[in-house]
Design a protein around this ligand. Structure first.
Ligand SMILES: C[S@@+](CC[C@H](N)C(=O)[O-])C[C@H]1O[C@@H](n2cnc3c(N)ncnc32)[C@H](O)[C@@H]1O
Length: 281
């Protein structure tokens, strides 16, 4: 028996998995067609918060493949797969599931230094290497430096989970003075600096100069601009809201890339699943 519990995932996590799977398939097909001769097999798959590889669907109670297993089944395949999870049992499960695949590298540990120091340096523009990178933390566990490095490389297409529920529960309170300093630092690390304070609060909407919190959409739009202006991603779609079973928004799924074509494909996929969600969410 594995020494961890499989995650139980709801409807919107299954939607997220379907979106990433569909994009990964389109991405690998286009990249494989473009990579010829000595430039063959140069696109890689990176999953920073990979999970155990398998989850349990809350809806059907059946096992469902997680993002790394879906990527492993993509045809044509990626040339390498880099899968990271902090949880020892989950990383061991990933190793077990992929033991016959020499193209898979599993890392147990905090993905932030592993991505910055070991994996992202493999996708330099000049080497013609390209990557699809999934950053799907439960909460504020990601360091902006990773996002910024991925953007500046101009070789990375990225799906990013923007964890609004963690932000709202722990940091973006109506009274910012009451927030624990350690919690505020978690958001600063994710956001990259303290400009979230200006992005998330305004004094414009009342006569008395009180700070009021803006809505999720305004916070997300400020972050979208940072992904373009500071991290250097050329294209960043407006994110797609992912909800819990009660309809509350848990996170926003961002897609960012260096290519217009990539955004067009991802946008079509977002629209397809977004309109399905309206009837099921
Ligand atoms: C939302 S789950 C990932 C699900 C997966 N992307 C999927 O869709 O199948 C988040 C995972 O991140 C892992 N995790 C949390 N903090 C981490 C960190 N700093 N580095 C790497 N993994 C981490 C957790 O153990 C958990 O398995």
């Amino acid at each position: 028996m594995p020494d961890f519990r499989f995650d139980e995932i709801g409807y919107w996590s299954e939607v997220k998995l379907a979106i990433i799977k569909e994009y990964a398939h389109a991405y690998s097909t286009i990249m494989a067609a473009a990579e010829r001769g000595p430039l063959r097999n140069r696109h890689i798959y990176i999953d920073g918060f990979a999970g155990a590889g398998i989850h349990i669907s809350k809806n059907t109670r059946e096992f469902v493949s997680g993002s790394p297993l879906n990527a492993l089944l993509v045809e044509p395949p990626f040339s390498e797969y880099h899968l990271i999870d902090l949880n020892k049992g989950k990383a061991a499960n990933l190793r077990e599931l992929t033991r016959d695949r020499p193209d898979v590298h599993v890392y147990e540990g905090d993905c932030n230094p592993i991505l910055l120091d070991r994996i992202l340096p493999k996708v330099q523009f000049s080497t013609y290497r390209r990557a699809l990178c999934i950053l799907d933390p439960y909460g504020l566990h990601l360091d902006w430096k990773v996002i910024e490095k991925a953007g500046k490389l101009e070789t990375v297409d990225m799906f990013l989970n923007f964890p609004v529920m963690d932000m709202n529960m722990n940091v973006l309170w109506r009274n910012p003075d009451a927030v624990d300093a350690g919690q505020a630092r978690r958001l600063t690390r994710f956001w990259g600096d303290e400009s979230w304070r200006q992005a998330a609060y305004t004094t414009d909407s009342n006569l008395f100069g009180f700070e009021e919190k803006v809505d999720n959409a305004a916070v997300a739009e400020a972050f979208r601009k940072r992904l373009i202006e500071v991290a250097g991603f050329k294209n960043v779609l407006s994110p797609m809201p992912m909800r819990n079973d009660q309809g509350g928004i848990v996170y926003l799924l961002f897609f960012a890339s260096a290519k217009n074509t990539a955004n067009k494909i991802a946008n079509d996929i977002f629209r397809k699943y977004g309109s399905r969600g309206e009837t099921n969410g």
